[in-house]
Ligand binder design. Structure first.
Ligand SMILES: [Mg+2]
Length: 431
């Protein structure tokens, strides 16, 4: 006789959990970070673009324009509005990286040329970019997210995917409760707002995070497809670019609903098998991609701020030892994580907070401390070293997985012959 099968433990409470994926997108991120520094600009049209921020220049000009007051980085919120440069009369090739919501009402936003924007909204305030600051806040909001929900996929400086499925509270109200908690935690810590979309997968979550911007939450369930997704333009699907969109339009397909109405076979015949199958799945709200927690690093760096400012000549020995140690640390980070790189750079911050970076790209990939030290040393020779140093950093970029580099036979673990001596092969600002 066969035994009576026993029920699997707690099967009654084991109802399959629905997959809940969130896309969290910071609102007008660069501009919002600038408004933390310059709260007097709140509600005004502000665009970020053009040059890099140089705080010493800014403070210098302030001291000339308003000598009646003392100016340091603590007084930025007191800068009078008339001091800020306006877009009016801007000539140059720059584009906007971010615009505040007040500026967007004039039809100006990311990727719009600054000269064109100057015509549309001449009164807009133009601020330079400060990636150091944006990265700082980027790290902070991501740390808060992973504190609450550890499965996070980094999608760039201002957006992440988060898997809510198994997080306590992640299923409540379709994810709204957890999304609200995250918004509040991020705002309390940084003063920044974000928008969150929660949906059965990344594709739909990404669309949903745009529904209620700024500072919004929107929840998409599987049966919302017809009402919330199908009326949208095909371009709202992440992955359909302007070219694909033009081709869809040439076949009379404007909305996702119209795309969903086409036969899969027709899509595959018209757009190729892979793309056709993907278009079919996407228009039906299907996307199985997992939330990937480890994203490929673009670079690795180590830096250190000195207890007391050091001088390149007078504190040469101490500085040299720190420099070598930083190179060894970066090399060991690279080796431990299995990467090699070919752009080697340094970053200096002086006692007046001016930041200088130098880098060079060498002809092979490396993770070798001696090679990094050699080329970082050459970069250092190209930097001005008259002022006292507050911070020193070493960075290796243009990374490749070590095994990929080996496969390409471009890997070298020993210092090559010196190349280019002190030739200025500055390849762009690294930090
Ligand atoms: Mg954003």
């Amino acid at each position: 006789m066969s035994q009576q099968p026993t029920a699997p433990p707690s099967s009654s409470q084991n109802s399959p959990r629905m997959r809940r994926i969130a896309h969290l997108d910071m609102d007008a991120f660069y501009a919002s970070v600038e408004l933390l520094r310059y709260p007097q600009l709140k509600g005004l049209p502000v665009v970020i673009g053009g040059g890099r921020r140089r705080e010493d220049d800014l403070l210098g000009r302030l001291r000339v324009a308003h000598p009646e007051q003392e100016w340091s980085s603590e007084h930025l919120h007191q800068i009078p509005l008339d001091f800020f440069p306006r877009l009016a009369g801007y000539t140059g090739r720059g584009v906007i990286t971010t615009a505040t919501y007040a500026a967007r009402q004039f039809g100006i936003g990311s990727a719009v040329g600054l000269m064109k924007a100057a015509k549309l909204c001449p009164q807009a305030i133009l601020l330079p970019v400060d990636f150091d600051q944006y990265r700082h806040y980027s790290r902070r909001f991501k740390a808060i997210v992973t504190d609450i929900a550890p499965l996070m996929e980094d999608r760039g400086i201002d957006e992440v995917y988060i898997d809510f499925t198994d997080v306590p509270g992640g299923q409540r109200e379709g994810g709204r409760v957890l999304a609200r908690l995250m918004q509040k935690a991020i705002f309390d810590d940084t003063g920044l707002t974000c928008s969150v979309g929660v949906a059965p997968n990344k594709l739909l979550a990404k669309m949903a995070s745009e529904f209620n911007k700024p500072n919004g939450i929107s929840i998409v369930q599987e049966d919302d497809l017809e009402t919330k997704i199908w009326p949208l333009a095909c371009r709202k699907i992440n992955g359909i670019g302007p070219k694909a969109d033009a081709k869809l339009k040439s076949h009379g397909i404007e909305t996702i609903g119209q795309l969903a109405a086409r036969e899969q076979q027709w899509l595959m015949d018209t757009f190729g098998e892979r793309t056709g199958a993907w278009l079919h799945a996407a228009s039906h709200g299907q996307d199985e991609r997992p939330v990937v927690t480890e994203s490929e690093p673009v670079s690795m760096s180590r830096e250190t701020t000195f207890d007391t400012d050091l001088h390149a000549v007078r504190d040469r020995a101490e500085l040299g030892a720190i420099f070598t140690k930083l190179c060894e640390q970066v090399a060991s980070d690279l080796q431990r994580k299995g990467y090699v790189g070919k752009t080697i750079g340094i970053k200096l911050r002086f006692d007046d907070f001016q930041i200088v970076t130098r880098d060079q790209t060498i002809d092979h990939f490396t993770a070798d401390a001696k090679v990094i030290r050699q080329f970082a040393g050459q970069c250092l020779k190209r930097a001005p070293l008259q002022k006292r140093l507050r911070l020193l950093g070493v960075r290796v970029g243009a990374l490749l997985k070590a095994e990929d580099a080996k496969a390409g036979e471009v890997f070298a673990s020993h210092p090559p012959t010196r190349h280019g001596a002190d030739a200025d092969d500055l390849t762009g600002q690294l930090f």
